[in-house]
Write a protein that binds this ligand. Structure first.
Ligand code: SAM
Length: 289
């Protein structure tokens, strides 16, 4: 099915109108800051560079601001929304579109790999992400991309500080587990920043739109992705500690020291000083230590 519903669909009422009509107010606990700036909506959808073959998964469709624009460009769209009140509005306003499937539920329980298999192609994932689940959504997206080649690209709006952590190089204050895991699995770019005035209600922070393109091969060569993830987690678990101490609880002192030596990493260094390639070498050495 293609997105030909666009020409016949009436424009969606504004977020303010929809909330008033249904007697609703935004839920802070679900990160409901609705994007009301139409130019920003358009820029996000343009960044997805969609064609009629694309199958898009939208995380947190809300009142449909991005949904309605995505519908006109994508072949098919799966819109996930956790808030039953908003899912009902989406069904009423957009449910007639032949290329839209509305999933009422938690995006973290949605199986991207199965959806890509059913679609017969890797997905495009888009979302003005609720800040409460930003990290797990990004980790799930990267895992689906790595394991099953289920995701071709993702366009996410996140808090600016979160985007900076994703892209931070080693040594910086923002560099941490998120930076290593994202950079290992994907090419991440900051596309543009969005001020609080673009949202209803305005959040306390600036937002940033990022694009993730999962790598065909991880940046650092590893034989065991789970071990890599464990090493990174343990190393940053106590980021102020020297690596030999930080790795000791999970791997034991002897094994940690042997692996650090085999990887050519000074055991007195700290996690925040290691590059992604260093972590990969360390994980490989631990697999054999
Ligand atoms: N896409 C809309 C927009 O841009 O205006 C809404 C974005 S709002 C920042 C985040 C949306 O995600 C809200 O509608 C919220 O109810 C929804 N949400 C929160 N947690 C969710 C979850 N775990 N799974 C799916 N949707 C969720």
């Amino acid at each position: 099915m293609s997105g030909s519903a666009e020409e016949t669909r009436a424009p969606l009422p504004t977020a303010r109108e929809l909330l008033a009509r249904h007697g609703l107010s935004p839920k802070k606990s679900l990160g409901q800051n609705f994007l009301v700036d139409t130019r920003v909506q358009e820029r996000i959808v343009a960044a997805a560079a969609l064609s009629a073959e694309d199958v898009v998964v939208e995380i947190g469709a809300g009142l449909g601001a991005l949904t309605t624009r995505l519908l006109g460009r994508a072949g098919n769209l799966i819109a996930i929304e956790r808030d039953a009140r908003l899912a009902e509005i989406l069904r009423v306003e957009l449910g007639a579109a032949p290329n839209l499937r509305i999933v009422e539920g938690d995006a973290l329980e949605f199986d991207l790999t199965a959806a890509a298999r059913a679609a017969g192609r890797p997905l495009v994932v888009v979302g003005n992400l609720p800040y409460v689940v930003t990290s797990p959504v990004i980790f799930a997206t990267l895992a689906a991309a790595a394991g099953g080649r289920a995701v071709d690209r993702a366009i996410f709006m996140v808090q600016k500080e979160f985007a900076q952590r994703m892209l931070s190089p080693p040594g910086g204050r923002a560099y941490g587990r998120l930076s290593v895991m994202v950079q290992q699995a994907a090419l991440a770019e900051i596309l543009f920043h969005v001020g609080a005035g673009a949202f209803l209600p305005p959040p306390a922070v600036t937002s940033t739109v990022v694009r993730l393109r999962p790598r065909e091969q991880p940046l650092g060569e590893v034989s065991d992705g789970n071990l890599f993830a464990l090493v990174v987690r343990e190393a940053f678990g106590t980021r102020r500690k020297m690596l030999r101490r930080a790795l000791e609880p999970a791997f034991g002192s002897g094994r940690a020291l042997a692996a650090l030596a085999a990887a050519g990493i000074d055991p007195t260094r700290r996690a925040e000083e290691l590059s992604v390639a260093d972590f990969a070498r360390l994980a490989k050495a631990l697999a054999h230590a």
